[in-house]
Design a protein around this ligand. Structure first.
Ligand SMILES: CC(C)=CCC/C(C)=C/CC/C(C)=C/CC/C(C)=C/COP(=O)(O)OP(=O)(O)O
Ligand SMILES: O=P(O)(O)OC[C@@H](O)CO
Ligand SMILES: [Mg+2]
Length: 247
């Protein structure tokens, strides 16, 4: 419960959480650690590590190790499969892609990954992962029956089912690099049924205004990945996003 409790404490004290997503396949472990450090200087609360294609093995382990050498905030795995686990991380979003047509993403990868989590110190954080249009690479890889952008009620019933199955977190994903983030109507409808359960929103959030809209609509945590791979000054960008969502 350490990482989950830590994030809860930040929500209690500061209202919202900012998460930085680093894809181990996008740069060297050393560069990943530099980005993580810059993000922490900007005020990010934790580092998510994962990618939908090829984040595994030595590259993944080395990326986690280098990041942990540089920063004190929690490292949380965001695995694309059971191969996306590393014993060096603090926690894992132990997620099921509830709207996948492929049983592999609903339960099989979780079964294959469970023994490593059991044998290590990685804290599992149970999460319902829901992919909304346009869905991007992760929507294709995960064979998701994409939730239409204009159907907030569909996202809400999936989230409710996840909550009744005992999942603590719900992640509304528009897909990495999406042209628009999840809309406020959908975020509001999902948060309404979740109550105290936590809502993460990500995909296509590139500036303070978008982050603020998502947070005001009911997101407890905001994820940014792509934009931090693109900007020159990660600290400045993260500081802008963080100050837009925190009270
Ligand atoms: C809990 C365990 C062991 C496994 C879960 C397995 C599941 C449910 C995966 C969901 C489907 C999937 C492929 C998720 C990937 C999540 C992720 C890291 C998304 C961000 O990646 P992108 O930024 O889109 O990746 P690329 O940049 O590699 O396209
Ligand atoms: O890369 P971006 O668009 O910030 O999306 C982050 C995350 O939701 C992807 O899984
Ligand atoms: Mg990516």
């Amino acid at each position: 419960m350490q990482v989950e409790a830590h994030l809860q404490k930040i929500i209690d004290q500061e209202g919202k959480v900012h998460l930085t997503l680093i894809d181990p396949a996008s740069q060297t472990p050393e560069r990943a650690a530099e980005i993580a450090l810059a993000a922490v200087k900007g005020g990010t609360d934790a580092i998510m590590i994962g990618g939908s294609t090829g984040a595994s093995g030595t590259l993944l382990d080395e990326t986690v190790i280098k990041i942990k050498e540089k920063v004190d905030v929690p490292t949380i795995l965001f695995p694309g499969s059971s191969a996306g686990l590393s014993r060096y991380a603090d926690a894992v979003f132990f997620m099921s892609l509830l709207n996948s047509r492929d049983l592999g993403y609903v339960i099989t990868n979780q079964v294959l990954g469970a023994p490593l989590v059991y044998q290590s110190q990685i804290e599992p954080i149970s999460m319902a992962y829901l992919i909304v249009e346009p869905g991007g690479t992760v929507g294709w890889v995960g064979d998701a029956k994409l939730i239409p952008r204009k159907k907030p009620e569909l996202a809400a019933v999936y989230a409710l089912a996840g909550k009744y199955l005992g999942m603590h977190y719900t992640y509304l994903e528009a897909g990495s690099g999406a042209d628009k983030p999840i809309n406020p109507e959908m975020i509001g409808a999902v948060k309404q049924v979740l109550g105290e359960n936590k809502l993460i929103v990500g995909g296509g959030i590139r500036d303070a205004e978008a982050a603020k809209l998502c947070a005001l609509a009911g997101a407890d945590m905001i994820v940014t990945g792509t934009v931090l791979e693109e900007v020159r000054d990660v600290t400045v960008k993260v500081a802008e996003l963080v100050s837009a969502i925190k009270r």
